[in-house]
Design a protein. Sequence first.
Lengths: 155, 841, 284
Amino acid sequence: MTRISVTVDGTSYQDEVEPRMLLVHYLRERLGKTGTVVGCDTSNCGACTVHLDSKSVKSCTVFAVQADGRDVTTIEGLAHDGELHPMQQAFHENHALQCGFCTPGMIMQSIDLLRENPSPTEHEVREGLEGNLCRCTGYHNIVKAVMSLGEGASV
Amino acid sequence: MTVTEERPASEVGAPRRRKEDQRLITGRTRWTDNMQLPGMLHLAMVRSPFAHATITSVDTSAALSSPGVAAVYSGADLAEEQGALPNAWSIIPDQVAPSHPSIAVDTVAFSGEIVAVIVARSAAEARDAVELVDVEYDELPPVLDSRAAATDDVLAHLDLGTNVSAVWIFDSAEAGTGSDVEQAISTARTGGVLIERELRQQRLIPAFMEPRSIVVDPTGEQLTVWTSTQVPHFVRVFIALVLGIPESKIRVIAPDVGGGFGGKLQFTPEEVLTVIAARHAGKPCKYTETRSESLQAAHHGRDQWQKLTLAATKEGEVTGLKIELVADMGAYLGLVTSAIPILGAFMYNGIYKFPAYHLQCTNVFTNKAWTDAYRGAGRPEATFAIERLMDELAAELGVDPLEIREKNWIKHDEFPYMTVCGLEYDTGNYEAATEQARQAFGYDELRAEQRRRREAGDPVQLGIGVSTFTEMCGLAPSRWLGSQGYVGGGWEHASIRMLPTGKVEVITGTSPHGQGHETAWSQIVADRLGMPFDDIEVLHGDTQIAPRGLDSYGSRSLVVGGMAVLAAADKVIEKARPIAAHLLEANPDDLEFAAGRFGVKGTEAGLGLGEVAFAVFQAHNMPAGTEPSLDSDATFDPETFSFPHGTHLCAVEVDTETGGTKLRNYTCVDDVGNVVNPLIVEGQVHGGLAQGISQALFEEAVYDDAGTLVTGSFVDYLVPSAADLPSFVTSRTETPSSTNPLGVKGVGEAGTIASTPAVVNAVVDALRHLGVDDIVMPCTPHRVWSAIQHSSAGAATPADNPAGDDAGLPSHNAAVSEGSTGESPGEGPEAGGNDSRGGLS
Amino acid sequence: MISAAFDYVTPESMDDALAALSSDAEEIKVLAGGQSLIPVLRLRLAAPTLIVDLARVPGLVGVRDDGDALVIGAMTTHADVASDSMVGEHAGVLSKAAKSVADPQVRHLGTLGGALVHADPAGDLPAPLLALDGELVIAGADGERTVPASDFFEDLFSTSVGEREILKEIRIPKHTSWKGHYEKFTRVAQQWSIVAVAANVRTDGETITEAKIAFTNMGSTALRATAVEAALLGKEATPDAVSSAAARAAEGTNPPSDTNGDAAYRRHLATVLTGRAVLSAVAS
């Protein structure tokens, strides 16, 4: 067991974890942050995407011990006082989700995408989401949702 | 940026944002794998690495002494208790099927089959113990190719004596729905055109994003089962039947379910084993599959060979179609495995009205994962075949592919139309959808660009693909299902509860997993009962809350389940009417119900439905002999299918130097009848397109010669990302269905069914002038490039020619009769082989 | 999937890290960004008993100017390599290749050093390193040694970094006036390269005066395309001339066959992509 302290969605935690425990399993099983999900074994699907020190990472490809001393934001840390994050709202408005399993990761990556490039072209949005798989939407409305929040987008 | 949505005049047809979204976008979703129960144990499966083998021993002792392990089961341990997994559809009375165990006892028949089960305190400990189970196998030769399997040289199941599960035949002359196809072929051979092809429907994997998960709690009076399924009602029935547990003691819950696409239309070994483990342990048990396990052992889809002969006149009028299918069942029959090709068998005529049709389908076993429903289930295969053939016919005759279709399709004033397959298409307007698509796509401009690129010898060529499709939606009239050998019915159930506070609960037997029933059913009920959209709660997916239902698949939810909802709402109104009349001291016949209110004709007097509901709750003042309840149930059994249709056009750029393809424009006009929620309909089309396009270009489940799945992770099983697809141009025509009161048709599978041939037609069209007339799916760059190399224009050196099926070569070519090219009538597929294409340029 | 259990240490100095590698643990793996290693562990394709995480070893992150070379710390992420202006200016082909690795999330954690030591023949970083004549500084108990990229990649997943050594930094001679391009061919965006070409060229007017070309996934390691390089020298950077030089791309390669294409197809792709890479580089 290894001792870690980590801040998740604004709350700090100290825990003993097995070194092999993935960050996503720590979030889900120890903290009850079940909004972050596991979709694959090979770091392809992106469903587990969270922000680690404000940058998007796949939490199935990080050991919880690697998050020691760092700050994690999950899909559950985006809305404040019942106010949705604009990206959550944009996904809702644009019908950018169906079954919703990829949605937490997709939203977290979309936020990161705009952080790095606040006024992306459609091509840049698509490239920026290349690490997130969705099987329901064909991505059309996801791209639309992200574009709707780009600077200069006509809302 | 909260948008206030005013109540529209009509909820049906409004682009309502979904009620489901709130929990999904905030991460408060209820996935099965989220469940943690006190004392819960975790399962891990030991799976066979061999495709076909005899199990000689299973040593579980080391695993049993591994830390945290509570139990380890081999197949022998559970041989009696596990029963056999069901197949629910016998397409012929003497259909052959092996017994289908949840855990293999003596032999394994595909790689990935479960051979031992670990039950441990944690998922990690269970996984650790998997490594410690020692299974000895004697390998047997596997049969992997379905056409080879049909010869019975190597058997997938030694004790079965054959690989052939069933041979199913439909012949229009015998059925009385048309004429003799051999006659049509013979006529075409001497004076018309024959197009002969053998097309491949590659094996696909549904690849829903949420891996399957099961939690079983045996600790109460009832066995409670949470499972990531499309079919909780099926699961309940089959747990009862397979394990001998009284159905009344079983509660099955499908909480939020992360996609299915047919892949979760199953009763699975993992469900059976988790139930057994939980009952043995007396504690809750959970099993969640890994993605690798999901790709390897959740059922696959498609995997057919289609040998096709299309007969036509020299003028391009189709006169007959003959089909020989070999359909790969994989190792076992799942719930509806054997019927998947048959669900397409009635659709090979597509939107066309030719007179003669014959289909023979041979279902065979191989040593691969078993196949079953995957989005479209039979209909994509049929649509692909006919739409590829129509493009080949157009090319053969040198006419535009849209023109050849128009010559053959059913005109809008010819509906209702009885097809050569014996189905009555109720309505449709193929002309309107096609014209609208043609305009939106810029068909003529793209054809002009295509000509320019061809003339310039541009290394990047442009292809235009056409697909005009229809499908049968709304599975299914129970009588029809019975006539086809299915054990169940096709009805759907709904009930409506009027709560004293004026809220409405709608209970549906459909089981959504992304489709948005909570929103769409609310819209239907809001209109019918005149109640606010937000006051309606839709409940589903729990056999205790929605005890009757047949779940969601086959584009049936709205067309069948939605009608049950509508009928239940009508019953509420009819139950409320005499009570309202009593309270208003009026004659029931003098009441008008509109906008949620019973009004007395010619007066201001009236009562809202909510007020009636409260009065019924009080029951202080009921008419004599009336029960104090407005709650109503309805079960709807469709009389027939519905037939959405559409025209899909796509432009693909093909890089002739690399074989790479790029989808430049995808435009479709779908006619799904009246629309309850256009946002949801569009979303269904987008997602369907992505899956159909992906079959054309990206996805294929590949096994190696030993029967090991090579594409066993998302590294190799290529599901496209946003970067691999374009935005789509979608629109609709609305020709209401006449088979149901809402005039709706179903949309869940449309995009998938239509798009695959549109894309392949486009790729072939881009290279047609080089002598290419088919490319095996998926049209990988390697296959596209190889097809060019083997074509007349490729001028390939032998070293550049990869051999085998993988080179993207069709197995057959057009055998054209002397009527069109002057070749001798005796020349069949062999004569039309690769070598002959050198002379086409 | 869950990895087999292992012990885990986070040394805070290079000496401690090297000491950890000398421990008597049965099998030791060094953890950098983890983006290749963790999936391998999850699939239980490897089961080390000790993992040495370099995250807290100081001095392994960042790009610094060292006169005629850039020095990139082994723990510098792909995202940081890709966005670094010095790398863009002096090692353009590396910058472009780093941008093409996997997907944004992976680039946020995956490191240059980790990818090089992983030495996947389909990985995107070895080829640009070869095309830049990079050098690798390897730390061991006896001090540091420097290995040229051409000697570094030994075989499939195998490099000259010994079991008790750690890749410390990567030295890239400045190719300041050179033009670079990384031409990557995949079926879907996130896929490993089917074939990719790193082109690093210098021109005088329209004439190619120097060319360093390397391949991804054309053999068991990344390879220099020496025949193409020779053929390009002194040629005008026209499509015809470049394409005729690129026709020699397959020489000396030994590409794999898999579901994405057979060896013959890869050899063909190499010629097409080499031409494109060179022309794009010249035009950049």
